[in-house]
Design a protein around this ligand. Sequence first.
Ligand SMILES: [Zn+2]
Ligand SMILES: [Zn+2]
Ligand SMILES: [Zn+2]
Length: 324
Amino acid sequence: MELRKDPVTQSWMLVGDEAPVVSTGDSGAACEWCTGGRLESRRPILVSPGGVRVYPHPRPTFQIEGSPSHAGEGLYDRMRTVGAHEVVLESAAHERQLSVASDHEVSDVLNVFAARIVDLKKDQRFRYVTVFKNSGRLGGEEFSHAHSQITATPFIPRRMVYVLKSARAHFQAKERCVFCDIVQEEESRGVRVVETTPNYIALCPFAPRVPYELWILPRYHAASYEEDLGSRAGASLELAGVVRRSLARVKHITDDCHMVLHTTPNTSTQRGVTVQWTTIADDYHWHIEVLPIVEKRTRAYSIKEVYYCPVSPEKAAEELRRSS
Ligand SMILES: [Zn+2]
Ligand SMILES: [Zn+2]
Ligand SMILES: [Zn+2]
């Protein structure tokens, strides 16, 4: 497999003739992560005080060895699939999903995310670190054991580049962070707010991509998740409550969902790429997105790039507020 860049959309694609590893899930079979499972003897990358463990992914999409070795081919760009792909075992207990764990357990997982992002960003080859959690069959859950995944890639994913550029444009025009503006607007209106705590807000975005889409953001300005969490004592415990309750609320609607953490790209990488993100500390604002999957086949997939959301965020917020 190799990475190829679409010159029109600027998207990096995984392309190759190898059969892709399509996970069929491990439900029913013995869990490969539980004690006695065949992966249990692997050496963890990190073990947290609370017992959260991080392992290299057994079937990684990205390989840790080597350099991306950018190569041009006339108009086209290609790169080797260099990167990191890790599995975060959220608990030693197989079924201990974040929505049912204690705030301390969730907080431990959130701190592990931060620690891994900090560590992976030290690697100059990586421009972006993505933390995500796929739940349920339709959500593409890869292991039935409670887990999240982390990838570090030698490129910034296209949607992220788009968001970074939009956020910068908003800042240049208004000298304000677009996310801070959203938080302020939503707090003053209230209809799309699901929950607020002293430092965080959970809300349904004004123009959602999917029904019951939910965002969690700090109510104050903070660009980088890992720096923010690392600099404020008790932050992860408060955030843990919001994350746990948000996932529990969504669980009333569906078992299938994606959760993704959006933080700043790696601004310490070489080759001049830092130049374009010089104002990122002011114009970007970390957040967590929860994207529930409520329909097997939504029109969002048939009309590509034009999202169709049959539940308004106002109604979704009302429903999510009631359930926790
Ligand atoms: Zn297990
Ligand atoms: Zn902000
Ligand atoms: Zn985002």
